[in-house]
Design a protein around this ligand. Structure first.
Ligand code: PRP
Ligand code: MN
Ligand code: MG
Length: 182
């Protein structure tokens, strides 16, 4: 990854920071859904890493996983607020307890739209787990039950997060060096 390192200004979270936090989040989720049948919904593509690690960490018998792909960014780096479903769930949400799993809450537009959308399908409950949140970038407040880290309003990549589809496979989360996008 030596070429990649040139593109990174600063490592924010190491692989072990992340895994420690995911274990913590999993314990909180297990306590809240003890004895319940939970459906976790990962938001493609950014949430792939969090979903894979969180789902394996969760000791909840009967856990189900489903996926949605939505797009709010188009080609730009700014969220437009217009969310399109690119791939819908395969599961029926009627009466289900649903936990949306996201990599990051930036403006909050994607998740506030998504929660309302899933609630309208008759889910018994819809909660959110996000590994990262940028409080200074919020355009709408999203009520997030489980948050990993609040981070500064900088462009971050890694652990699922991309810039122009790259860097998703990094094990940690890092701030992208300005020379990459300017
Ligand atoms: C990113 C990120 C969140 C969303 C957060 O996804 O993974 O899903 O933006 O932004 P918001 O809070 O401002 O709405 P993106 O649309 O880039 O798609 P991706 O997951 O495929 O990278
Ligand atoms: Mn995403
Ligand atoms: Mg993206």
């Amino acid at each position: 990854f030596s070429d990649v390192e040139n593109d990174l200004a600063e490592v924010l979270l190491t692989e072990s920071d992340i895994h420690e936090k995911i274990a913590e989040l999993a314990r909180a989720i297990e306590a809240d859904y003890d004895g319940e049948k939970l459906l976790v919904v990962g938001v493609l593509r950014g949430a792939v890493m969090v979903m894979a690690d969180l789902a394996r960490e969760l000791k909840l018998p009967g856990l189900e996983m489903d996926w949605m792909a939505v797009s709010s960014y188009g080609a730009g780096t700014q969220s437009s607020g217009v969310v399109r479903i690119l791939k819908d769930l395969d599961s029926d949400l009627e009466g289900r307890k649903v936990l949306i799993v996201e990599d990051i809450i930036d403006s909050g537009l994607t998740l506030s739209w998504l929660r309302a959308n899933l609630e309208s399908r008759g889910a018994a409950s819809v909660e959110i787990c996000a590994l990262l949140r940028k409080p200074d970038a919020a355009k709408v407040e999203v009520d997030v039950r489980y948050v990993g880290f609040d981070i500064p309003n900088k462009f971050v990549v890694g652990y699922g997060l991309d810039f122009a589809e790259k860097y998703r496979n990094l094990r940690g989360v890092a701030v992208l060096a300005p020379h990459v996008y300017s």
